[in-house]
Every structure is written in structure tokens, then in C-alpha cells.
Design a protein around this ligand. Structure first.
Ligand SMILES: Cc1cc2nc3c(=O)[nH]c(=O)nc-3n(C[C@H](O)[C@H](O)[C@H](O)COP(=O)(O)OP(=O)(O)OC[C@H]3O[C@@H](n4cnc5c(N)ncnc54)[C@H](O)[C@@H]3O)c2cc1C
Length: 491
């Protein structure tokens, strides 16, 4: 019997399989395509996602195919005035990595797929399409069509990482929250033949005559995203001569090779239901966002990180199945916060009425550019004790010995704080940490110690995905919180 069957090996399915690899569980990934998806899609991920790649043991490999963003994202009006900037931290941000990274999606997916070869318990089946799924109390059965015909596989859980047209989302049912934005855009990837002095940062051209996005990806790669206007005929719009019509004022066929172009409708939706007993969804199967913040795949990567430790704990018998109920309650509000901001930013970029665009421009103060940051929303209610900073991501500072925090504590629960609180929490708490394999980091000092001191905290309990389970002010509270960790033995 398979422990976890993953339907779809896009970035989210591939990452989930990598995160489950060290658990020793039997993981089978079914992907209907023979090759990596070649259409232009994600180009950006953030520091939290890099930290998740670190957890998957792939940060160095990913860093080799990605570049750090240095200048943020600039929203520029038709006259070339910068209205707004998405700011980024200089050097490593709170997650221990640069806050913005740029990459070519097939390169990243190549790294994630190669990572699977490290685990004999994880198998990828290319050219295998999941055709039907049924489930009962003992598990689920998948009918899978492959080059040698159809076969049936029994599994304990199925995770649909099967993209925007997800079969699993249909099977789970429940409909979507629709956040209102549905707009066609033409997306083109180019390879520059020479240096044209183009910006090395992302430019959102908030021009009512033709909203566009221009991205410096990696090396000679550039991305253009071009909004379709009401009169545009989408028929044949991806043909090279049509694409050059849009971008020819800035770059011509003499300057660059048009690698690929595709027409997308950007959506803003979240599935209402992410689980039905043995079936779950993650990634685009669960939510879709317009890409104005470069956050669609990022949300999927966070889904994978949230789900991996929970599935592993349940399948090892170390936590009750009810832990899976917290997956959607935690992730839906978090994903929603990013999508709502992307819709808001989308309204800014997609204004096509000249008068409203002029009012918009006026609303931004002249002179100083307005700066905004990505949101850092808390998780919704779930496997944490609720009061902030519980439910929020703990930062990843460097420790006194130079290591990043996660290198020191590993991918498991951790207790971090004053030695007196850790030692004073008592035998029942210590037993819970031992049973759960929790790392203990007494008197962490440095930035971690300063973080605790600034909040008047004696200690924090961290989950394997680095979200704070509980933040406490003394040993007695630490003892009580430790006994509420998922899977903690009761005295
Ligand atoms: C123009 C554009 C720009 C974007 N920019 C960004 C960005 O900068 N940053 C960002 O974070 N995100 C961005 N995104 C979003 C990002 O590309 C997606 O969120 C991400 O690719 C979703 O990954 P996924 O693994 O969930 O789904 P997918 O990548 O769609 O993978 C799903 C996989 O499932 C397989 N599959 C489906 N059904 C079956 C079945 N029945 N059996 C077997 N296999 C099946 C498919 O073949 C596919 O390989 C962008 C998207 C677009 C369109």
C-alpha cells in the first residue's frame, strides 16, 4: 500500500515529495506529461520559499539556478513616474535568505525532480495519468493510465497537486471563493542577444493605454506580460509578429529571440474545501492568484510545507488524523491575504480609463515613492495556540556559531528559550519533547535571544514548518503548552 500518492509533478507535487522523502514513507508521484511543462509561468519566489527549499535540502541547488532580486518591483505610470515600489530587504531578510528570487520555472522544476532521486521510498511515474479515484474508510484507490496500460494502486492518502484544472478539487467538491479578478494577459519570454540597458528590476507599466509587466528573470532571460484590451482579438495573438507589435518599441527581433508566448486568463479563486477524508489538494488545485506579486507558486510551496509534517506524523502514528483538519483552516486565510493584495495591486495596474488613471496617479504623493512589503499574515486557527506570535512564522537568524537557525534544529519540533524555562518545565514536558524528537536550544543568544527578549518571552515552541506553536512567558506556561503539541503523550 502506498502511503501518499501525489497526483501531478509540477513544482508543488515535486516539493511535497521531496519534503516527505526523509520520512521513509512510500510516496508515489503520478505525472501525465513526459516532459517538464515548457510554457512561461512563475519567475519569482520569496525568502520563505527559499527557506522551504532549505528544509528540503535543496537550497544550494536552487540558488544555482536562481538570482537574488535587488531592487524590488516598481510601479510606473504612463509618464514614467514611479508611483509605488515593493520594497525588499538589503541582504538576507528575516527568513535567513534574500527576500526575492528570480528563476526560470523549468530550471527550478528540474532541480526539484532531481532531488527525488535521493529517496528510494519516493518514485516518480512520468506519462502516468490518474484517471479515477475512489475512497473508503481504509484508504483510496487510484486508476492510473500509463504506457503499459491501466493499473490500480491502493494508497492511504492522495494529494492532488494537479493544477488549476484539478480532478481532485472536483472530486472533493464544495465550490470556490471567487475574489473577483479574471483577466486575459499575453505572456512572452525572450532571450536577449545583447545588453540593451533594460532595468534589472521588475517594472509594472501602469499605462492605461496598455498595462504591461516587464521582468528581468535570470541571465539573458526577460519576461513581458501584456494585458489584453477590450478590442483585442485573442485569435493568433501569441504569433511572433503580434507579440513584437506590443514590445517592439523597447526591444526588436534584432535584439532578442522570442522563446515562447502564451495566453492566460489570470484568476483569483480559492477552493472552499481542501480535503475530503483521504483526498487533499495543494497548489493551483487549491487556489489561483493573478501573478502581480509573483506569489501563486509560493502559496503552493507553503501548502506543501504545511502538509508534509502533518502527513508524516499521522502516517507514523505519532499524531491523530484530526491534525489534517488544520491544513485548510490554517492555509485558506493565509493564501487569501496574498490573493486579496494581488487583486488590489491588479486594479492599480489594470486601470484602462485615462481619467481614473490620472486620479490614481494624483493619489500617489509626488516626490517620495510609496513603498509596500509583502504581507506576513498569521495562519488561520489550527495546530497552534492562537495568540500572536503563535501562528506566525519564526525568523531564521544566524546563531553565534554562524549556522542558520534551521541548520541547528533540523526539520522537527523545537523548543527555544531561556535555559531556566526549558529546565524548569518539568518531566512531563521533557518527555513530550523526547517522544516528539523535539530539538532544544537553550539560551540561543544573538538575534533569536533578542527576538524573545523584545517580546518579553521566556520560550517558543516551533513546529517542523517553523511556524510558532506557542510563545510563553515562563516555565509553567511552557510545560502546559508542550503537552498540547500534536501527538504529545499525556501524563
Ligand atoms: C504567467 C504566469 C506567471 C506566474 N508567475 C509566478 C511567479 O512569479 N511566482 C509564483 O510564485 N507563481 C507564479 N505563477 C503561478 C505558478 O506558475 C503556479 O502557481 C504553479 O506553477 C502551480 O504549480 P502546481 O504544481 O500547483 O501546478 P502545475 O504546475 O500546474 O502542475 C500540475 C501538474 O499536474 C499534472 N496533472 C494534472 N492532472 C493530472 C492527472 N490526472 N494525472 C497525472 N498528472 C496530472 C500536470 O501535467 C502538471 O504537471 C505564474 C503563473 C503564470 C501563468
Amino acid at each position: 500500500m502506498i502511503d501518499v500518492a501525489i497526483v501531478g509533478c509540477g513544482p508543488v507535487g515535486a516539493l511535497l515529495a521531496n519534503l516527505l522523502g526523509p520520512s521513509g514513507l512510500t510516496v508515489e508521484v503520478f505525472e501525465r506529461e513526459a516532459e517538464l511543462w515548457r510554457l512561461p509561468r512563475a519567475v519569482h519566489f520569496d525568502g520563505e520559499v527559499m527557506r522551504i527549499f532549505q528544509a528540503a535540502g535543496l537550497a544550494a541547488e536552487v540558488a544555482r539556478v536562481a538570482r537574488e532580486g535587488t531592487r524590488g518591483m516598481h510601479f510606473v505610470n504612463a509618464e514614467g513616474r514611479t508611483l509605488l515600489v515593493r520594497g525588499i530587504a538589503e541582504g538576507p531578510g528575516p527568513q535567513g535568505w534574500a527576500t526575492s528570487w528570480y528563476f526560470h520555472q523549468p530550471d527550478l522544476e528540474g532541480v526539484l525532480r532531481a532531488g527525488l532521486a535521493r529517496y528510494p521510498n519516493v518514485r516518480l511515474h512520468l506519462r502516468h495519468e490518474v484517471l479515477a479515484i475512489e475512497q473508503d474508510a481504509s484508504g483510496a484507490r487510484l486508476r492510473v493510465g500509463g504506457p503499459c496500460g491501466d493499473a490500480t494502486h491502493a494508497t492511504r492518502y492522495v494529494v492532488g497537486c494537479d493544477g488549476a484544472r484539478s480532478m481532485l478539487r472536483r472530486l472533493i467538491g464544495g465550490g470556490d471563493y471567487d475574489l473577483g479578478l479574471h483577466q486575459p494577459w499575453l505572456v512572452a519570454d525572450l532571450l536577449l542577444k545583447r545588453d540593451l540597458g533594460l532595468p534589472s528590476w521588475t517594472v509594472q507599466h501602469c499605462n492605461p493605454a496598455r498595462p504591461m509587466t516587464e521582468v528581468c528573470v535570470t541571465g539573458q532571460r526577460r519576461r513581458w506580460e501584456i494585458m489584453l484590451m477590450p478590442g483585442d482579438d485573442p485569435q493568433g495573438i501569441t504569433a511572433p509578429e503580434r507579440v513584437w507589435e506590443f514590445i517592439g518599441a523597447r526591444v526588436t527581433p534584432a535584439d532578442a529571440e522570442l522563446e515562447r508566448a502564451a495566453l492566460y486568463t489570470f484568476h483569483s479563486v480559492i477552493a472552499r474545501s481542501w480535503r475530503d477524508r483521504r483526498l487533499l489538494i495543494a497548489g493551483d488545485a487549491a487556489h489561483q492568484t493573478p501573478p502581480f506579486l509573483g506569489q501563486g507558486m509560493c502559496a503552493g510551496m507553503r501548502d506543501a510545507a504545511n502538509l508534509a509534517w502533518k502527513l508524516a506524523a499521522i502516517l507514523r502514528g505519532a499524531a491523530p488524523e484530526a491534525l489534517l483538519d488544520t491544513y485548510a483552516t490554517e492555509r485558506v486565510p493565509h493564501a487569501r491575504a496574498f490573493i486579496e493584495l494581488a487583486v488590489e495591486i491588479g486594479a492599480l495596474i489594470q486601470t484602462t480609463d485615462a481619467r481614473r488613471a490620472a486620479e490614481r496617479d494624483k493619489s500617489f504623493a509626488q516626490g517620495e515613492e510609496q513603498v509596500f512589503q509583502f504581507p506576513a499574515p498569521p495562519l488561520g486557527p489550527g495546530a497552534h495556540l492562537g495568540t500572536a506570535p503563535a501562528g506566525r512564522l519564526f525568523p531564521q537568524p544566524r546563531l553565534g556559531d554562524g549556522r542558520r537557525l534551521d541548520e541547528a534544529i533540523g526539520e522537527r519540533f523545537a523548543v527555544l528559550g531561556a535555559r531556566a524555562a526549558i529546565e524548569g518545565a518539568g518531566a512531563a514536558a521533557a518527555r513530550a519533547w523526547d517522544v516528539l524528537g523535539a530539538a532544544r536550544l537553550p539560551d540561543p543568544g544573538g538575534e533569536a535571544g533578542a527576538w524573545l527578549a523584545a517580546r518579553g518571552l521566556a520560550a517558543v515552541l516551533l513546529r517542523p514548518d517553523r511556524y510558532v506553536f506557542a510563545a510563553v512567558q515562563d516555565a509553567a506556561a511552557l510545560a502546559a503548552a508542550s503537552l498540547r503539541l500534536p501527538g504529545a503523550p499525556q501524563p
